[in-house]
Design a protein around this ligand. Sequence first.
Ligand code: ATP
Ligand code: MG
Length: 444
Amino acid sequence: MKYQVPRGTQDILPGEVEKWQMLEERIRQFCHVYDYDEIRTPIFEHTNVFKRGNDASDMVNKEMYTFQLENSSTSLTLRPEMTAGVVRSFVEHKLFGEPDLPAKLYYVGPMCRHERPQKGRQRIFHQFGVEVIGVKNPLLDVECIALGWSFINSLGLKDLKVLINTLGDDESRNAYREALKEHFKDHIDSMCGDCKRRYEQNPLRILDCKVDRDCEAMKSVPRMKDYLNEESQAYFKQVLEGLDALGIPYEIDDTLVRGLDYYTHTVFEVVSENKEMGAQSTVFAGGRYDGLVEYFEGPQMSGIGWAMGIERLIIACEAEGITLGEKAELDAYVLTLSADVGLYALSAATMLRANGYRCECDYQNRSLKAQYRTVDRKKAKVVVIIGEDEAAQGSVTIKRISDKLQKTVALDDMITEIDRLFEAEEAHECSCEPGNCTCGKHHE
Ligand code: ATP
Ligand code: MG
């Protein structure tokens, strides 16, 4: 085929897109009740928003789509993640000066990373994420994890666990970093190229290596927890107590360091243990960052956030047999018996649509049989039949598919009649005892 989507990207077609719509709707509901507001930032940013000096992460070093247009000295980068852009925006618009801190923000959108495509790993993928900026309180770490955790639980996902660790504050991290340098000093020559780079830039990242994971030096590696100062220990303890109080199960994983370099204190990953997820088992992940607001020339303020891969979330749901959204059925199909009544049919369809009914009509002058096949395929509940007679009399014939009940009414009465049919249908579907409806949806 001559024209295809670029490797690692995909089209999301009708039939599939309903899952996304359902998830996005659910995301908005959850963020709404947690009082998080949506933020939308540009798809590309100045490169220095993402590339901040000595960052040893793979994402910054090899996965970014960075470009410079001809005759321009400006280097731009397609966003590989949102935290940096959100913090840039937080500072640019002086949200740090708002009276009600923290700023609680969420986003949903595409990210671009140039990595090797495989199941659950794409070059354009989508993230739902949150950032809570401006207040440092372990309870916010807890709240933010709780939001993500309750969201995925609401979908019915079960094979999940929270892995959590702390990197401590700057002091603790620096002490640990020194210990790691000392530890790996005699081993680094035999380790992978990435690790050699990490050793120089940020030795903590060595713990995240997928190549050298099982090497000898890794087995005897010093533990972060032995380098935490009192304050960092106390902070982490409060986070864990909060998770306990909210009933969120977790496992402490003291090798967890996370991909990006800006994390301090809490870091976490929520992973699916379902086999179908393969190596790409992390559904959402994040942590606290203390230096990022300052990097963007804002005040010294802390933030916490996480990002969830929507493609991975969908894979996880499918692996557990959870159905997300499905293509909506049609409420009504306007069936035409002759080409001459097309405009009359379109007027009827327009009235139905104005009243909120999902409705379609025929634009190809197809046979009755062919139109009925569409009715079947689209699972229309009602057909509105329009022939020469109806058009001449200003009427329509309404037929309910379930029981073939049929009635001709004036066009002006069509909506009332259809409302009545749908109400009857709903009442019928309600499984509560007649006169004692407890679902609240049906009957008076
Ligand atoms: P990984 O270790 O899988 O590369 P990461 O540490 O790079 O993940 P983050 O930058 O923390 O991931 O992104 C948060 C989430 O976004 C991940 O947990 C995952 O669900 C999703 N994600 C990250 N990269 C991709 C990708 N290339 N394709 C699909 N989803 C992704
Ligand atoms: Mg990655």
